[in-house]
Write a protein that binds this ligand. Structure first.
Ligand code: GCU
Length: 448
């Protein structure tokens, strides 16, 4: 059993952030942990699994199960599934065959085994404008609209969803404008996001400077970030307050679903150009941003920051965080229940897909895979780079360009010549230093 122990290995920073969002007390946290452990156990029982292999410890390099950072041991399964080979073994030879059949095979496998399926019959989201203010962001005059996306089902009492979205448009914009949407954390009162180093403008100012709008969608308003929350939020609403089935969606898919509903809203707003919407997320929200890009082809571009395991990093890599961490009770709620099998009776190599194919689902749209250096080893930058490289054949088949090199770039060197981009920056676990590079890259598509 990896249960409670792994639950406690969620970095403390995030535990304290969660606590501040929903304001649970210490006692409420005990109950969240208990319900989570029971739900995790319930899923194992459904799957007929009696035990899971334990995850690695990313906090203590002396621990017997310390995370591996030795490249010589990092590739136990070097052979990746071929995105350009049909399930029946035949080769995919044309863009037409990709769109007609191969893409949906990969989608099906990610839905069934990795992220789960979005259920049928979700009630429509009712977008309500809560407020509109005219103000400034830095030195830019802006209009900010605060929106609430309400989802209700009167036959499921006690479970409601109020998605939180803000949209900030430059006051003097030539409309309709592109939008860069962040999947945002809620910062606890008194705690602010670190201002960018060296007096650099914030990412929001950098976006406004280009005459574009920025938006922030709060994933936690769609789905809570723990197993105990799975019977609430949009996942709980669709299960009428009951538990998940093994192929039901997890939080990453639910957060991505929320991002798509925000995009629906941009389609209706004359201020915004829904054909030029970029999505950005960091860490767990980097994973969600990539899932959103992959499953919803309307997203035009993505900045996928430090997404690591469950995001752009190859599942077949033994470096930093691994499959077993994702399957433990601190993180399994991000994934489909079926994913647990790959940390139990099955191995990583049994996964029918790997993350290079998630990146390939974004093709031919541009996607920027981003990572930090020191302090960000847990996300396995090299494993994300390898996935980005291996998505290349699909991009090329569709007439676009992949990374076009398998040589790992120097720190700070941006590979931004094709539709798959990669850059590892100094400065750790953040999107910060890659914002200017990403926005320049996006301008190549948005300002044409
Ligand atoms: C943990 C988790 C990562 C995740 C990160 C975050 O470190 O293991 O998978 O990306 O939290 O969201 O900050």
């Amino acid at each position: 059993m990896t249960g409670t122990k792994t639950f406690l290995t969620i970095p403390l920073l995030f535990v304290s952030l969660f606590a501040a969002i929903a304001q649970p007390s210490g006692q409420q946290w005990d109950s969240i942990r208990k319900v989570t452990t029971a739900d995790h156990q319930h899923m194992m029982t459904l799957l007929g699994i009696s035990s899971l292999r334990p995850g690695v410890d990313g906090m203590n390099s002396d621990a017997p199960n310390a995370a591996n950072y030795d490249e010589a041991k990092a590739n136990p399964y070097p052979l990746l599934p071929d995105p350009l080979r049909f399930r029946n073994g035949k080769r995919v030879k044309s863009a037409k065959a990709w769109w007609k059949k191969r893409r949906s095979e990969i989608v099906e496998e990610f839905e069934r085994e990795v992220y789960g399926r979005v259920p049928e019959g979700i009630p429509p989201v009712d977008w309500v404008v809560v407020s509109e203010t005219h103000d400034t962001t830095g030195s830019f005059p802006v209009m900010t609209r605060t929106l609430e996306g309400r989802v209700r089902d009167s036959s499921v009492p006690g479970v409601t969803v109020d998605m939180q979205l803000t949209l900030t448009v430059p006051a003097n914009a030539v409309r309709p404008v592109p939008v860069i949407m962040e999947l945002g954390f809620v910062w606890p009162a008194g705690m602010r996001q670190q201002p960018p180093a060296g007096g650099q403008p914030s990412w929001q100012e950098q976006v406004l400077e280009r005459g574009w709008a920025f938006a922030v969608m709060l994933p936690y308003s769609v789905q809570a970030d723990h197993g105990a929350g799975l019977r609430q939020g949009i996942i709980g609403l669709m299960n009428r307050g009951g538990p998940r089935k093994p192929d039901d969606w997890g939080a990453l898919r639910a957060w991505a679903w929320g991002a798509s509903r925000a995009l629906d809203y941009f389609e209706t707003d004359p201020l915004t150009d829904a054909s030029r919407v970029g999505i950005e997320g960091l860490s767990r929200f980097g994973k969600a941003a990539l899932v959103a890009m992959a499953f919803d082809t309307r997203f035009a571009i993505g900045l996928i920051s430090s997404s690591g395991a469950g995001g752009a990093k190859l599942y077949r890599r033994n470096a930093g965080e691994i499959v077993e961490n994702l399957a433990a009770d601190g993180e399994y709620h991000w994934m489909a229940g079926n994913f647990l099998k790959y940390a139990g009776p099955l191995t990583w190599d049994d996964l029918p897909v790997d993350s290079h194919e998630l990146i390939a689902l974004c093709a031919p749209r541009p996607v920027f895979i981003s990572s930090g250096d020191k302090g960000d080893a847990w996300v396995d930058a090299r494993g994300m780079f390898m996935a980005a490289v291996a998505a290349g054949p699909v991009y090329r088949l569709l007439g676009a360009e992949g990374l076009e090199t398998d040589e790992y770039p120097a720190l700070g060197e941006g590979l931004t010549g094709g539709e798959v981009a990669f850059r590892q920056h100094t400065g750790g676990h953040t999107s910060g230093p890659n914002w200017p590079v990403f926005l320049e890259y996006a301008a190549g598509y948005f300002d044409k």
